[in-house]
Design a protein around this ligand. Structure first.
Ligand code: HEC
Length: 116
């Protein structure tokens, strides 16, 4: 191990100490390094929407009148706050909450200004 990885290694060692027992899927341990990822609509978000959302929120009669098929549609809903909220609450997709790492990447997309 070179010294440049040492800080990361220490973080992994110390994380369990910092995490409370009742939160096993704490953000840091679920998806290490997410805060340096470049998450874009093209390289990530559109795939997640296709896999988990557009079967209902797309096509000719989208559920709740919400479409999630294009960058503009997803961005508008994300800016309204409800896009991330329903996923983070676990109410969407109805089949079951997205895993913590996926949620963190979607959050990262929001926090970095919705890169296309
Ligand atoms: C199996 C069909 C289905 C899938 C898949 C689905 N939705 Fe929905 N969604 C609905 C229906 C039906 C409603 C309207 C009734 C309701 O709110 O439960 C809705 C409502 C919503 C709303 C409005 C609710 C509010 O409180 O503002 C949002 C936002 C939303 N969905 C986002 C998503 C996102 C994001 C995904 C993918 C992660 C997703 N949905 C996947 C069926 C679906």
């Amino acid at each position: 191990m070179t010294s440049k990885y040492l800080p990361h290694f220490l973080v992994f060692l110390l994380l369990p100490l910092a995490c409370k027992k009742e939160k096993p899927s704490s953000p840091q341990s679920a998806c290490p390094g997410v805060d340096t990822l470049r998450v874009t609509y093209q390289n990530y978000v559109s795939d997640i929407m296709r896999q988990h959302c557009t079967s209902c929120h797309g096509g000719s009669s989208p559920s709740a009148g919400i479409r999630l098929e294009t960058y503009t549609q997803v961005r508008q809903l994300a800016e309204s706050g409800s896009w991330y909220r329903v996923m983070n609450e676990g109410s969407m997709p109805p089949a079951g909450k997205l895993d913590e790492c996926t949620l963190q990447k979607l959050k990262r997309w929001i926090d970095t200004g919705y890169p296309q």
